[in-house]
Ligand binder design. Structure first.
Ligand code: CDP
Length: 230
């Protein structure tokens, strides 16, 4: 039997740096990347555009089954997201879309509807999967599982900087409150609540910059899969 391609699961709360870290790690290893948060963002965005009740999981799941979702590289660091042929990248990345995502992500039907699509990203030579439940639910057999955290203050600061760089101005206090609310909803939902898989390595990134986190993650991957990094 041929072994399934390796998976590195990188989970953690909002603005813990998972996105940037996952991309770098995937680039270093030449692996594919799954930004699972983008899928929940697409679900929230499209459901809200269609005027659906975001708490009606069955309706949102049905809508998802009608969407053709495509991630395309722009040749640089960005990924272009197309839904039914339309570029929705900017709207998907908005802070307000994160809120819609967190609401639909609490619905079991929506989570189930996305399982198969997420698993289809597991292709040779391997996958870096970024999310909340990559290690615990979607890829329980992942070869390396990490759970990245950072203090709430540091996460609000990072998200503020990230949005400012994109020319989006947001108030730091409002952002902190929004992150805290999303954390609460993600941690307390009944299905796939945000928590580390039992076999995940937890890494507090509060005092670390991106390069330092990437080195720690790669060192952990090398420990789990000796010889993968040359
Ligand atoms: O990085 P940030 O938290 O802003 O956003 P994200 O990773 O794009 O995820 C947006 C929302 O989707 C999160 O707040 C979660 O509620 C949800 N999500 C999830 O439930 N499961 C995942 N695997 C990924 C995201």
């Amino acid at each position: 039997m041929i072994d399934a391609p390796p998976v590195i699961a990188i989970d953690g709360p909002s603005a813990s740096g998972k996105g940037a870290i996952s991309r770098r790690v995937a680039d270093v290893l030449g692996f594919h990347l799954l930004d699972s948060g983008a899928l929940y963002r697409i679900a929230g965005l499209m459901a809200s555009r269609e005027g659906l009740d975001l708490e009606n999981g069955a309706d949102v799941a049905k809508l998802l089954s009608e969407l053709d979702i495509l991630f395309e590289s722009d040749g640089g660091a960005e990924t272009i997201i197309r839904v039914n042929g339309v570029d929705v990248t900017t709207d998907v990345r908005r802070e307000s879309t994160g809120e819609l995502a967190s609401r639909v992500a609490a619905q079991p039907e929506v989570r189930s509807a996305l399982i198969g699509f997420q698993r289809s990203f597991r292709k040779a030579p391997g996958l870096v999967a970024d999310g909340r439940d990559m290690g615990a639910v979607i890829f329980p057999d992942a070869q390396a599982k990490l759970f990245l955290t950072a203090s709430p203050e540091e996460r609000a600061r990072r998200r503020h900087k990230q949005l400012k760089e994109k020319g989006i101005s947001v108030n730091l206090a409002a952002l902190s409150a929004e992150i805290a609310e999303r954390d609460y909803r993600d941690r307390t939902r009944s299905v796939s609540p945000l928590r580390p898989a039992p076999d995940a390595e937890e890494l507090d990134t509060t005092p670390l910059n991106i390069e330092q986190v990437v080195s720690r993650v790669l060192a952990f991957v090398e420990k789990k899969m000796p010889g993968l990094i040359i």
